[in-house]
Design a protein around this ligand. Structure first.
Ligand code: GDD
Ligand code: MN
Length: 372
């Protein structure tokens, strides 16, 4: 028998991963633009779509049927930006992998410069750094400030000078992410932060570009997801022991405590006639609602409840947490009887309820595979 035929095309040396959720109008345009910019480079584009209801994967598959530089990975009953990117990377056999948003906000024309910098060995990670500029596409002053504080803090803890660590646009040698993959968090949004905190021996090249305004579809992230950066930092500080979602959940729980006390004192001030117990009940409901909303927006953003679904989600969350609270009271009073140390008993009870609430939230309320 004759040996295998020659490969149909030269294998790509660059795989560009495009995570998508509801980007059916943008994907064809992005593919055209990448084609125009990456002349002479053997590249491929891999769209990783989380079964978007707008048919993004159908659009990508139709294009792929006519051009083998495009592939589409459709994930069903799954969601999450970082996880999609990681799986896209793992499906590549190229020397270099990149990630670019599917909504045309990132300027694809710098891909070539990123590629050239890595190919000639100027570094092993090229980051697209958003230029500061007035006018369209720029961040609002408040968002810019938040982003500056985040970047400053990041330089302190990571010990590397990166102008725009929150960038979602970068290119890296595949062997690096291939090695790191089992340790990266699929639940986050800041995949670059995770990569930099996990890797050693990075040498970074920054390529500036002008961040564009979105022209179709809508953003799936909010400035609030900047908080997931905190989760990543603690996750790394505890040597990966605490999952990023647990850190976020516990932080929001602590905020809930403050909300509870504030609500209780307000209720007592304005409705002095109420008994302590009814004040406490109202404060508990308010704190639970605040916890539910924040977890829905941040911790479990990729599985979040919308519209009327919010009511059902909140009722289920409140029920689940009530069980946690009862267990908390039970365990704490049992421990207190046994050892008489009020603070240790209280702390143990509180810890128990955080872990319980987290388990219920992750596995039932915002269970994986829930459609958002
Ligand atoms: N597969 C998949 N699954 N893709 C997703 C998901 C998801 O759950 N959520 C969002 N995406 C895709 C979007 O379709 C888009 O292509 C890309 O991820 C970025 O999402 P946007 O909703 O456009 O995010 P953004 O513009 O608010 O945020 C961008 O800028 C930030 C800096 O301001 C992102 O690049 C962030 O990573 C970046 O930190
Ligand atoms: Mn965007």
């Amino acid at each position: 028998m004759a040996s295998d035929a020659a490969p149909a095309r030269s294998p790509p040396t660059l795989s560009i991963i495009v995570p998508t959720y509801q980007e059916s109008n943008n994907v064809p345009l992005l593919f055209e633009r990448v084609k125009a910019t990456l002349n002479g480079v053997p590249w491929e584009m891999i769209v990783v779509d989380d079964d978007s209801p707008d048919g993004t994967s159908d659009v990508a598959l139709a294009l792929a049927a006519g051009d083998n530089r495009l592939r589409c990975l459709r994930r069903v009953n799954r969601s999450g930006l970082a996880g999609a990117v990681i799986e896209g990377w793992l499906s590549s056999s190229a020397d270099f992998v990149a990630v670019i948003d599917g909504d045309l906000q990132h300027d694809e024309s710098i891909l070539l410069r990123m590629y050239q910098a890595l190919a000639k060995g100027s570094g092993n990670l090229a980051i697209g750094t958003r230029l500061r500029q007035a006018g369209s596409g720029s961040l609002s002053p408040a968002r810019q400030r938040l982003s500056d504080i985040g970047a400053w803090f990041f330089r302190r803890i990571a010990g590397v000078a990166v102008t725009d660590p929150m960038s979602g646009f970068f290119m890296i040698r595949r062997e690096i992410v291939s090695r790191l993959a089992p340790r990266l968090s699929p639940d986050g949004f800041k995949i670059l932060v995770d990569v930099i905190l996990s890797a050693t021996g990075l040498s970074i090249v920054e390529v500036p570009y002008a961040f564009r305004r979105r022209n179709a579809g809508e953003s799936k992230l909010t400035p609030l997801v900047g908080i997931d950066f905190l989760g990543l930092v603690v996750h790394h500080a505890t040597a990966g022991l605490l999952p990023i979602r647990f850190v976020l959940f516990a932080t929001i729980g602590a905020i809930g405590l403050v909300v509870h006390i504030a609500a209780l004192s307000t209720v007592r001030h304005w409705f002095g006639v109420l008994s302590f117990d009814s004040g406490q009940l109202i404060a508990t409901i308010i704190a639970m609602a605040s916890n539910f909303i924040l977890n829905n927006e941040i911790t479990y953003r990729s599985h979040r409840y919308h519209g009327l679904g919010l009511i059902g989600g909140f009722v289920a969350f409140a029920l689940g947490c009530s069980v946690g609270a009862l267990a908390n009271i039970d365990v704490a009073s049992w421990l207190y009887k046994a050892n008489q140390t009020w603070w240790a008993s209280g702390l143990a009870g509180a810890l128990l309820s955080v872990v319980w609430n987290y388990a219920v939230s992750t596995n039932l309320i915002w269970r994986p595979g829930r459609r958002r």
